[in-house]
Unconditional design. Structure first.
Lengths: 390, 450
């Protein structure tokens, strides 16, 4: 520690203004503040400050994502062996999945942080921590067989178009991680559709799945009308089913949700209202029950696809979500409803969550506008009342 | 009609270092200062020069744009130094006190019979007008105004704040006198707000001419701005006056004794202070006499006021004009290895991101480290949780940053000053300088309106 500190102190003069390597100031800052909380003291206003900072906040979110990541790694191995008609030990399955998933995580982080560092350097800013979470979210919402170059391109798109053009972390309009997913979804539809992309190794034509193994996700099955093949609730809840890497296990997602809620970082309001909105829509479908898809019960419907993962980790992203408490409830409720609406009624998109969240990201400022406007009206009304009184 | 209000939002920062309820009469300091910088927006015009002899109650400077407002010396003695800062801005008028305080005597008036104008003139002349603060803006009240009501917050919920009940225990008579005088200055009522969490102190129960409101809740429930918002909110164009309880007593004492008796009880608090007690001192006193051999370590910060809103002063600095508390906390100019990733048992946070949340009664020795770096707004609903008002602080701050005066008005800038949003600054993940931004907004609006 002491050695590290001394080394940093030695390098510091060179990267500061006027130093030989002043170009790398932001990069140095990023590493220095990562290793050591800086010695900056308060200069104006409150003399003491809360222990929390953006690094802490983001690392808590990453921590909340770990159960999903670890389960996802195991499940990748499990699905792979299952597709070959084989089984393996817990560690063997996990190790296989680990080797498949790790490159995606690394590509996402290296590429994303690389772009962030370059932008911070150009702007002379400190490197923002926002991507620590995005970099973890991106792999978790990818099908495991997504080519790495695609992950890289999508990440670059998400960071530049999703965030940096608006001014960086805190200024983004859309959820960057979801933009990466949407980018792949629309740019390479043929590459990542079909049932095999969800299972590691099956996109490769040399490996053959055993007879009877489809690899289709529950949503895929529903889209094809094979409702009898959809796994039961508990299987989907535990999550040993095909799907994007991190979304399959609802248990893992709920553990993450608990971490976010207890630490006060994720918005319980958004999570609950999203689920409520989804449930409301499902009940409406149940009421009409025009086809088999509409008849699926709420519990099963909610545990299909990435709905829960989106509600817990995506919809709650504070910058692109509604910022007022009332707004959050409306925002979440609409996400839930629209997600189910798209999922069940639009055959072109198997999962509606991504589009629902991106769409509501767009409308979040509008919702807030009306909530704040109501506050302004209350104040004006009070003034009127007061002038009548006096 | 007296009100009972319960506030559910806020934050109790559990700091170590509360003052013990014991009065200490210290040796009288030999240096005092009146600092023009204690008065927001003031442009002072000096009336004395270095070497002048003054009495307690003699004017030292006046408000250039409102010359009736006198700023007087709290003690008698010699003006030893006029300290100036950048562009010759006056920072401190320092007085070397004489052994015995010699007072300026003012003419006697009968509060019951006097008109509002007579009371105003007396207070202005004797320098006590400066105790009266107006909302909006938190500046010295304009004598030409008649406020719609006057507010006195008779409790302080800020971290390590003095216990007002304890401080005021013997002052009932002067308090009543002060209130009677203030009553003449408004057509409305005088709201005296007490802490609803405890039984009302007997000092306040028999007071006449006031509405006694009970406010229940944690900090910032004791902030007068929060209380105004719930009892008699300020709309555009309206003016409310506020005054600290000890200063009401000073006004009462003035009308009784006809002198500017600037005695003030302050609490010496903070984790770095060895003997934390209540001190009977005089406004503007140097803190050196009470801090000498009374502070542990040598890397500390002396704050006149509380840790949220106070001003940093030197070890030999002077207590601020309105402050009733001096706090000494450790400086935080040290690095912390991977601090953001540690369990954080010694870190206090309004969030539950450190394991310290599992120890709900632990008291903390917090230092002045920012604990992070400045960022753009990212988290939401942090501010709302600590501001018990129907206001959206983040939107207000954004309106200020955009210098949109209409929006600031609409979002309630008239109802807040720095202390009301100080907790926002404390809890902010992005370490935004909330108080500084807010003051910029207030200055902007004030300039626009005048």
């Amino acid at each position: 520690m002491k050695f590290l500190r001394n080394t940093l102190d030695k390098i510091k003069p060179h990267v500061q203004k006027g130093g030989k390597f002043q170009k790398f100031r932001s990069t140095f800052d990023a590493f220095e503040t990562f290793l050591f909380v800086p010695d900056h003291v308060t200069k104006s206003g409150s003399h003491i400050r809360d222990g929390i900072d953006l690094k802490r906040t983001m690392s808590i979110v990453v921590l909340a994502l770990l159960p999903s990541l670890l389960f996802g790694m195991w499940n990748v191995g499990y699905q792979h062996f299952l597709s070959l008609g084989q089984t393996g030990g817990l560690f063997e399955l996990f190790w296989y999945g680990f080797l498949q998933v790790l490159p995606i995580v690394i590509v996402s982080y290296v590429v994303g942080l690389g772009v962030e560092f370059i932008f911070a350097q150009i702007r002379g800013h400190e490197v923002n921590e926002g991507f620590l979470v995005s970099g973890m979210l991106i792999p978790l919402i990818m099908p495991v067989d997504t080519p790495l170059w695609m992950v890289a391109v999508a990440t670059i798109f998400a960071v530049i178009i999703g965030k940096e053009v608006f001014g960086g972390t805190g200024m983004n309009i859309f959820n960057p991680a979801l933009l990466a997913r949407a980018f792949i979804f629309f740019a390479y539809p043929s590459k990542i559709s079909g049932d095999f992309v969800w299972i590691s190794g099956l996109s490769d034509s040399t490996t053959k799945a055993v007879d009877g193994f489809s690899g289709a996700t529950p949503l895929g099955l529903a889209g094809q009308g094979q409702f009898d093949k959809i796994p039961d609730f508990w299987t989907m809840f535990i999550g040993n089913i095909p799907g994007s890497i991190g979304e399959t296990s609802k248990i893992a997602v709920l553990i993450g949700a608990a971490i976010l809620i207890i630490s006060g970082i994720g918005s319980l309001r958004i999570m609950l209202s999203t689920i409520l909105g989804g449930t409301a829509m499902i009940y409406i479908f149940n009421l009409f029950a025009a086809n088999q898809y509409m008849e699926i019960s709420p519990l099963v419907q909610l545990s299909m696809g990435g709905f829960l993962f989106g509600a817990v980790f995506m919809a709650t992203e504070p910058v692109s979500a509604s910022q007022t408490n009332t707004g959050k409830i409306i925002y979440g409720f609409l996400i839930g409803m629209i997600a189910m609406f798209i999922r069940v009624l639009n055959p072109a998109y198997p999962e509606g969550m991504m589009l629902a969240i991106l769409m509501m990201n767009m409308f979040a400022p509008l919702i807030d506008y009306y909530v704040v406007e109501a506050n302004i009206k209350r104040r004006l009304k009070r003034a009127k009342f007061s002038s009548i009184k006096s | 009609m007296a009100k009972s209000i319960t506030l559910n939002k806020g934050l109790n920062i559990r700091l170590d270092g509360e003052a013990e309820k014991i009065f200490i009469k210290t040796e009288i300091s030999d240096k005092y200062a009146v600092k023009p910088t204690d008065f927001i927006g003031l442009t002072p015009k000096l009336l004395v020069k270095e070497g002048d002899e003054v009495k307690a109650g003699s004017p030292l400077f006046i408000d250039k744009y409102n010359p009736e407002i006198n700023f007087v010396s709290p003690v008698s003695g010699k003006v030893s130094e006029i300290k100036r800062g950048e562009r010759r801005r006056i920072l401190e008028v320092i007085i070397d006190a004489s052994k015995e305080i010699v007072y300026n005597n003012f003419e006697k008036i009968d509060i019951e019979k006097a008109s509002a104008q007579e009371i105003k003139t007396q207070l202005l002349k004797a320098g006590l007008w400066t105790f009266i603060i107006q909302r909006p803006y938190g500046i010295i009240a304009n004598p030409a105004h008649t406020p719609k009501s006057i507010f006195i917050s008779a409790f302080d919920t800020a971290p390590l704040a003095p216990d007002v009940d304890f401080v005021m225990q013997d002052d009932e008579e002067f308090l009543q006198k002060g209130i009677n005088a203030l009553k003449k200055l408004t057509n409305g009522v005088i709201n005296l707000n007490v802490n609803g969490n405890y039984n009302v102190s007997k000092v306040f129960t028999h007071l006449k001419n006031v509405e006694l409101n009970k406010i229940e809740g944690i900090h910032p429930a004791g902030n007068v701005g929060i209380q105004i918002h719930h009892i008699d909110p300020i709309n555009k164009g309206e003016v409310v006056w506020v005054i600290n309880p000890q200063d009401v007593v000073a006004i009462g004492r003035f009308f009784e004794k006809r002198i500017f008796d600037a005695h003030r009880i302050i609490a010496l608090t903070g984790s770095e202070v060895i003997h934390r007690k209540y001190y009977k001192t005089i406004i503007g006193s140097s803190v050196k006499t009470i801090l000498k051999d009374n502070v542990s370590g040598n890397n500390f910060r002396v704050i006149s006021g509380n840790v949220l809103t106070g001003k940093k002063i030197d070890f030999e600095g002077f207590i601020g004009f309105y402050d009733t508390q001096v706090t000494v906390i450790p400086e935080g100019n040290h690095f912390e290895f991977l601090g953001w990733g540690m369990p954080g048992l010694n870190k206090f946070s309004a969030s539950k991101t450190f394991f310290s949340w599992m120890m709900p009664s632990k008291k903390y020795k917090l230092d002045t480290n920012i604990n992070g770096g400045h960022r753009a707004f990212v988290m939401t609903n942090q501010y709302e949780k600590v501001v018990p008002m129907d206001i959206y602080p983040q939107y207000l701050l954004k309106a200020i940053l955009a210098e949109d005066i209409d929006k600031m008005e609409q979002l309630g800038i008239y109802e807040v000053i720095e202390e009301d949003l100080a907790l926002c600054e404390f809890v902010c993940t992005s370490k935004i300088d909330v108080q500084e931004i807010l003051r910029k907004g207030l200055d902007l609006v004030r300039k626009e309106m005048s």
